[in-house]
Design a protein around this ligand. Structure first.
Ligand SMILES: *Cc1c(COP(=O)(O)O)cnc(C)c1O
Length: 475
């Protein structure tokens, strides 16, 4: 039975999968991590060759769930999460297919879901599992979030109509693309509420924090952002799928992965896959101009910059990489006291150095993490490069960050897989800039964006009015 502990809990009190899913964040501010995990050997990996994605998902994700939930229920939840009416690729059994763009150079499509972003891969199962667990425990949950881009639509698409859940998403009046606004606005109604705040994204985040701290509302609140372990666990299976597609019959051969990195959730799932025995050689983080993770990997210093740049790969515009704490915990020999001290130092002084905690400055590179940074010009170049190498093939700017770093880091004889985290349709102006045209949209997205402001309730930044409003919504 898998057990979980908080990265900051000196008592290491054990928690079940259900608790971890429904709480999201541990009470002490730490992140939940499993105390042990499955390990697959060569024969196990061979056994996974050619199986459908949903079965692969059920096998791998199931190792993190344990007997909390019956096998047959888990299989049902996976089938619902990845149904072909949300993931058209499911019709062919492969939800995360590879495209070969150059010799041994692959792009893995993780954004075939309902909102055209890779967040669907984890959010969809999280929605179903959350609702199922709440039913079992006879509980309800309130999800409050702030979004500027991909998390909001993916969360809403996953929780829409899910029993016992209510989702309230705050977004700034200005800042989201018409496409993203429309994706969310369309889902308004029933258990989904979209609030357009007369303020900035920071105002939205402050309001979310106040709601979570409210004595009554706080009790109902759950976390579905990428610090929720279920989201990490749900991202592990596609590394297995990508690996097996890249090596074909040569199971055992090592493969490099390049991951467009923001909050460090996706790449942490890759680390987990490698810990479980998947022969991944390097895990290469691709950053944009906001290069916190790149400098962390190269120098062993985690430094929070004063400034965040707005870039053409906005889902990677971050100044903290929350999920790094889970890797840090391993680097610090699973010492919760040291982990808490490191994170305290980072929070208070905006700097924490591995070398101050008894770990080599090159520790991350020593365990085969690598990284690179790309600029807007690099992204445009890689969008063109991919399109020329594979006529008709288009990638979005986040994928282009990965492809840029992948091109710089590829080595002869080692297959390299760049993860594709969004579809070009979400970022048409950048595609237009690079290619001089906008790729034809998939049928299902053709009309999205026509009425961007529909479905939003405008609210001020006054916390009391907002809390009252939410009280009314949940009672
Ligand atoms: C969220 C997101 C990322 C970053 O993923 P992390 O797990 O936060 O590192 C990259 N690309 C896109 C398109 C995203 O939506």
């Amino acid at each position: 039975m898998p057990e979980y502990v908080s990265t900051r809990d000196p008592q290491a009190a054990p928690h079940t999968f259900s608790e971890v899913v429904l709480d999201g964040l541990a009470a002490d501010g730490g992140l939940y991590v499993p105390t042990s995990h499955a390990r697959l050997d060569y024969q196990d990996l061979r056994g996974l060759l050619g199986i459908e994605y949903i079965d692969l998902f059920t096998d791998i994700f199931g190792t993190f769930v344990g007997d909390d939930i019956a096998q047959s229920t888990q299989a049902d939840l996976a089938r619902q999460a990845y149904h072909s009416n949300k993931f058209p690729n499911a019709q062919h059994g492969n939800i995360a297919p590879l495209t070969e763009v150059g010799a041994d150079f692959y792009v893995q499509d993780l954004s075939g879901g309902p909102t055209a972003a890779f967040k669907d891969m984890a959010m969809q199962p999280l929605g179903g599992y959350t609702s199922y667990l709440l039913e079992q425990l006879d509980r309800e949950i309130l999800i409050v979030g702030a979004t500027t881009g991909d998390t909001g639509p993916a969360a809403e698409a996953a929780f829409k109509g899910m029993a016992r859940t209510k989702l309230i998403m705050l977004s700034p009046q200005e800042g989201m693309s018409d496409f993203q606004k429309a994706q969310m606005g369309e889902l308004s109604g029933g258990n989904i509420v979209n609030l357009a705040v007369d303020g900035t994204f920071d105002d939205c985040q402050d309001l979310v924090k106040l709601i979570k701290e409210d004595p009554e509302l706080g009790k109902l609140v759950g976390n579905v952002n990428s610090i929720n372990w279920a989201r990490i666990a749900a991202q592990v299976p596609y590394y297995f799928s990508g690996y097996l597609q890249a090596v074909g019959k040569n199971v055992g051969q090592e493969v490099d992965f390049v991951v467009p990195t923001g909050n460090f959730g996706n790449i942490l799932a890759g680390y987990m896959a490698r810990e479980m025995g998947l022969p991944i050689r390097r895990l290469i983080a691709a950053a944009n101009e906001n290069d916190v993770v790149h400098s962390l990997i190269q120098t062993g210093e985690y430094v929070r910059p004063d400034q965040k740049y707005e870039t053409s790969s906005p889902s990677m515009d971050i100044t903290v990489a929350s999920n790094f704490e889970r890797l840090l915990y391993d680097l610090l020999d699973k010492d919760p006291v040291k982990t808490a001290a490191f994170m305290r130092s980072f929070k208070q002084t905006r700097v924490a150095k591995l070398s101050d905690f008894g770990v080599s400055a090159s520790a991350l590179r020593d365990v085969q993490f690598d990284s690179g940074r790309s600029t807007h010009q690099d992204r445009l170049g890689s969008i063109i490069w991919a399109n020329q190498n594979k006529p008709g093939f288009t990638i979005d700017p986040h994928t282009a960050d990965a492809v840029t770093i992948g091109r710089a880091k590829r080595e002869k004889g080692v297959p390299i897989v760049c993860l594709s985290t969004a579809k070009p349709v979400k970022f048409e102006p950048t595609l237009q800039e690079a290619l001089g045209y906008t790729p034809v949209r998939e049928e299902r997205f053709v009309r999205v964006g026509q009425d961007p402001n529909n479905g939003f309730i405008r609210v001020s930044t006054d916390p009391e009015t907002l809390k009252q409003r939410i009280h009314n919504l949940v009672s």
